[in-house]
Design a protein around this ligand. Structure first.
Ligand code: UDX
Length: 439
């Protein structure tokens, strides 16, 4: 079967490459000609473990193609996935300009049956709007007889584990309106779920809603635990023990209960905003999610407050090392990363900032330019610093040589935003150590 994936961001590129890996003939389309030209040369625009090898392999095997020419692809495929970006606009609504442009192009160029699948995270009701737009345009072209279907197939992949998530999903959620679309989608996903077919078919609105509800639930767990962590700190409990105690209840489960410097990334912040707005548009208030957002905004300021607290609000002219810039380990993505808020606050308070991240150094230059110093590793970042602030829990940060660090730093202070260090280790090397949710 020939399929097209429009949009070569995280979702589109990973989906396209993984479908090609299963033997489908896939064309990935993007309006960014520089990106397409790079992909055709084997240059992958994002850092995602395992992605480069399957892109290269399938491109060489001529099962994976890259083009900017959407009209020429539309009539060569049976299924077209829309995976373009849906950023938040200023009011917090998802900006659907790119989605509707693709729908417009489909409607203008379509000559044969097509199943159009929304894979981008789109507000509930968007797939129905796409259907209406295409039907109207076909009618203008006197092509009312031309059959097409729409479906919703949200993506649940995590950055840093995207290929694996796509290849072995917990489940696949698909919203369809008829048997034909259901049959095609079953065929597409059967290779991924050979031994246990976990495609959950439902109506399109419920499928769109499932994506938002999943992300909202995960973000809620994080904010809830951050709230508990802050309370633990005030009353002298240890949130790491509380997390273990809570997470071993089989009704609750242990994932997404890690307190920290706040959640970031391209999905949680924007999807929570969009769901709050969706509810407002129908006269409903998402009270829990508003609190989730508020707790997270507050959490992103916590490390800064801890630094101020330790230095009695005398932080100007200090040198601070920030370890980790990406919104989580395993990616160079810095969208809505807690490091951004922290570093801007430090800079606003005349703190000299030295940063290091294993993957996001180039990305960081777009956010901070020459306002911070870019170090070559964690030791270089900590050189002459008064404090180390750990924001992203990269594996390579887990076992630093504290003895060496204690000698090269001006003051031995570590503020751990992800609770990865052992207080005794640090204290025995003369450090003052503070983390989240413990005394
Ligand atoms: C998320 C969803 O997991 C995925 O299903 C969806 O498709 C897109 O959004 P992603 O943005 O890649 O994926 O990141 P994820 O691994 O979920 O982490 C999100 C943020 O939450 C990170 O900033 C992370 O540091 C934070 N987090 C996660 C916590 O603070 N505590 C936790 O226990 C888990």
């Amino acid at each position: 079967m020939n399929i097209a994936v429009v949009g070569t961001g995280y979702v589109g590129l990973v989906s396209g490459a993984c479908f090609a890996e299963m033997g489908l003939n896939v064309t990935c389309v993007d309006i960014d000609s520089e990106k397409i030209e790079k992909l055709n040369r084997g240059v992958i625009p994002i850092y995602e473990p395992g992605l480069k090898s399957i892109v290269t392999k399938n491109h060489e095997a001529k099962r994976l193609h890259f083009t900017t020419d959407l009209p020429s692809v539309i009539n060569q495929v049976t299924v077209l996935f829309i995976a373009v970006g849906t950023p938040s606009n200023e009011e917090g609504d998802a900006d659907l300009t790119a989605i509707y442009k693709v729908a417009e192009s489909i409607a203008t160029n379509m000559e044969d049956y097509l199943l159009i699948v929304t894979k981008s995270t789109v507000p509930v009701g968007t797939t129905a709007k796409i259907k209406k737009l295409i039907a109207e345009k076909l009618s203008e072209r006197n092509l009312n007889h031309l059959k097409f279907d729409v479906a919703s197939n949200p993506e649940f992949l995590k950055e840093g584990a995207a290929v694996n998530d796509f290849m072995s999903p917990d489940r696949v959620v698909v919203g369809v309106e008829n048997g034909r679309a259901k049959e095609i989608m079953s065929k597409l996903y059967r290779p991924f779920l050979l031994n246990n077919f976990r495609v959950i078919f439902m109506d399109i609105l419920s499928s769109e809603m499932t994506k938002y509800a999943s992300n909202a639930m995960l973000a809620t767990r994080i904010s809830f635990m951050n709230d508990i962590a802050n309370l633990c700190e005030l009353i002298g409990a240890d949130v790491s023990m509380v997390r273990r105690g809570v997470g071993t209840d089989s009704r609750i489960g242990s994932s997404f209960l890690y307190p920290g410097a706040g959640y970031g990334g391209s999905c949680f912040p924007k999807d929570i905003k969009a769901l709050i707005r969706t509810a407002e548009n129908v006269g409903y208030e998402m009270r829990v999610l508003k609190a989730v957002e508020k707790v997270n905004d507050n959490q992103k300021e916590l490390l800064f407050r801890k630094l101020n607290h330790y230095f009695d609000n005398e932080i100007s002219n200090l040198t601070v090392a920030v370890w980790g810039l990406s919104f989580k380990p395993g990616t160079n993505d810095m969208r809505d990363a807690p490091s951004i808020n922290l570093i801007h606050k430090l800079l606003d308070n005349q703190v000299k900032v030295r940063v290091y991240d294993p993957a996001a150094m180039d990305e960081a230059k777009q956010y901070f330019g020459d306002k911070v110093e870019y170090a070559t590793d964690i030791y270089d970042a900590a050189n002459n610093a008064h404090a180390v602030m750990l924001v992203t829990e990269w594996k390579e940060f887990r076992l630093p040589n504290w003895n060496v660090l204690s000698k090269i730093m001006q003051k031995q202070v570590v503020i751990d935003g992800r609770n990865i260090y052992n207080a005794e280790d640090l204290e025995s090397n003369g450090f003052t150590y503070t983390c989240i949710g413990k005394k």
